[in-house]
Design a protein around this ligand. Structure first.
Ligand SMILES: Cc1cc2nc3c(=O)[nH]c(=O)nc-3n(C[C@H](O)[C@H](O)[C@H](O)COP(=O)(O)O)c2cc1C
Length: 409
């Protein structure tokens, strides 16, 4: 058999080679940052990290942001016994695809703009100095592939001028792609001021604002805010006044069809389902809680496992919202993002066939960055996607959206 590389392998190699130098250099800088030193000190000596605002329980928000990244990289935070549901589907094979693999066109549109591929880098971080290094790398990758990027919660940028640079860096290194600001439901419930909105949008020259709904995360967070009253009312006011589209996302528990209906009626233009099966933010916060208090003493043991794995599987959210959109023709322009456990191009392809405009990923992207393989990983996912297009006979993403999925028994 010939040992020559396939076109698919060649494609990945070219990207790898051209980015290897850059990645290695960046990674060295990244590892040498204070970020890891602070983390080590915090974890090994259980010392609080100084600096930054205190929240209600005396933890600094900077410390929390550090722990989130560290726990997502090294902790066991994947859902157990509650999967994305993508494994239940497979595409119908097309033995006569009648296209050349190299001609599969993965470009598509999002909010009316052409983008390089139906993939978005999900909201992750920002708001402390070391986050600038992470955000810079994510921005460079987004720019390289011409894909959208969401930043992490901007609450810190509203409260503290000194951490704004960790967000501003994103627009500097991703000057041409769609960038989305991010804020949590608890902040919305308290009502954002006009100046808050302007700060967030101007810092990034943002193309939209993402609001995250994270009730389960707040429930498990040692210092969580569990007052979710007035979120819908404030969202309705926000969508009526803000000059950019509002995207609402979960963070891993999913969005049901009935919640989607309420959000759309409130003026939301894009829904990111962020369903169960990927990262469990209940688990992330449970790790932080047990580090602080030694053991979980808030919930009964039998309920704990169910609560830690609570959420609607990503594929089920997509199916149910697709059915809602069919029932309500007025909702047809609403764009859906599939996220929660996306970790390959076959996941992306299935998301599109289940009604999503694009897919988005957080923790697996963060892990790839940490393993010096950010661009390489994204390139491999996009080649997976081309492979599915070839094997189903879809020359464009639009055609792929209509390819039949078989439900496995
Ligand atoms: C380190 C990290 C920090 C995150 N911070 C935010 C945030 O500030 N705002 C937000 O909306 N989502 C945040 N998320 C949640 C993700 O955007 C995503 O919804 C969730 O992790 C599920 O996707 P996944 O299974 O691909 O990780 C964060 C995720 C990670 C991994």
């Amino acid at each position: 058999m010939s040992k020559r590389s396939t076109p698919l392998q060649n494609n990945v190699k070219t990207v790898n080679q051209s980015l290897l130098l850059l990645c290695t250099h960046e990674y060295d800088i990244y590892c040498r940052t204070e970020f890891y030193n602070i983390q080590r000190q915090h974890i090994l000596q259980k010392k609080p990290i100084r600096g930054g605002m205190n929240d209600r329980k005396g933890n600094t928000i900077v410390e929390r942001k550090h722990s989130h990244v560290e726990i997502c990289l090294h902790g066991d935070v994947a859902f157990e016994g509650n999967t994305t549901g993508f494994e239940r589907f497979q595409f119908e094979h097309n033995a006569l695809p009648e296209i050349a693999f190299r001609d599969a066109d993965i470009s598509t549109t999002f909010l009316g703009r052409k983008i390089g591929a139906p993939l978005m880098i999900s909201s992750m971080t920002g708001g402390y100095s070391e986050a600038a290094t992470l955000n810079r790398r994510l921005a460079e990758a987004a720019e390289h592939f011409n894909i959208p990027l969401g930043v992490g919660s901007m609450r810190q940028a509203l409260d503290n001028h000194s951490h704004r640079e960790s967000f501003a860096v994103v627009r500097k290194y991703a000057p041409t792609v769609q960038i989305f600001a991010n804020i949590g439901a608890p902040e919305i419930a308290k009502k954002l001021t006009e100046s808050n909105i302007t700060t967030m949008l101007e810092l990034l020259k943002a193309d939209g604002l993402i609001v995250h709904l994270n009730a389960a995360q707040e429930l498990f967070q040692p210092e969580g805010n569990t007052d979710f009253r007035h979120v819908l009312e404030q969202l309705t006011l926000l969508t009526a006044t803000i000059p950019v589209p509002v995207i609402v996302k979960e963070v891993g528990c999913g969005i049901s069809a009935s919640t989607a209906r309420q959000l759309i009626e409130a003026g939301v233009k894009v829904i990111d389902v962020a369903g169960a099966g990927g990262s469990s933010w209940q688990k992330v916060e449970e790790i932080r809680y047990t580090r602080q208090y030694g053991q979980e003493n808030r919930f009964s043991l039998p309920a704990l496992e169910e609560l830690l794995n609570w959420g609607i599987p990503t594929a089920k959210c997509l199916l149910d919202i697709q059915a809602l959109k069919r029932e309500r023709p007025g909702f047809s322009a609403i764009e859906i993002i599939a996220s929660g456990g996306i970790q390959s191009g076959t996941d992306i392809a299935k998301s599109l066939a289940l009604g999503a405009q694009l897919a988005a990923s957080a923790r697996h992207i963060l892990k790839a960055l940490h393993e010096r393989a950010l661009e390489e990983t994204i390139a491999s996912w996009l080649n997976d996607l081309r492979a599915v297009m070839f094997l189903t006979g879809a020359a464009t993403i639009e055609e792929l959206r209509h390819k039949p999925l078989i439900t496995k028994p």
